[in-house]
Ligand binder design. Structure first.
Ligand code: HEC
Length: 104
């Protein structure tokens, strides 16, 4: 009986929790960070390790420049790698700005 009750409570609360999560701007932010991380880990590890960028402590402005420069490299030197769209670049920059802890 106890198990059934716990199960029922979970059934009611879990979806409510999920809805609350996906509806909030915080969830949007989390989603774009997750996408940015995925892109970063797949695209930015092709030519060098992800340590290269992860060691940097750049501003958003600087990241915009670096990510554009890397996207140019992909486009011109390694056509088979494909291109990064503006949206993908934005997601990667957003991830880098938010995910790298500031170093002093
Ligand atoms: C097509 C190959 C290639 C890909 C893909 C690539 N890089 Fe690079 N990256 C390089 C090369 C080559 C260098 C060293 C020469 C230079 O600095 O331009 C470099 C250097 C860097 C540096 C150090 C130099 C600087 O300006 O700070 C950072 C940071 C960096 N890459 C980040 C990234 C990020 C972020 C991505 C994903 C968006 C990425 N790279 C994808 C080739 C690549």
């Amino acid at each position: 009986m106890r198990k059934i009750l716990t199960g029922l409570i979970a059934l009611i609360f879990i979806p409510a929790f999920v809805i609350a999560q996906t509806d909030s701007p915080k969830a949007d932010k989390q989603l774009s960070l997750t996408k940015g991380k995925e892109l970063f880990e797949t695209k930015c590890s092709i030519c060098h390790s992800t340590e290269k960028p992860l060691n940097k402590n750049y501003t958003q402005q600087r990241w915009n420049k670096v990510v554009s420069k890397m996207a140019e490299k992909m486009k011109h030197k390694h056509k088979r790698l494909g291109e990064l769209t503006d949206e993908e670049k934005g997601l990667i920059v957003n991830y880098l700005v938010n995910a790298i802890p500031p170093k002093k």
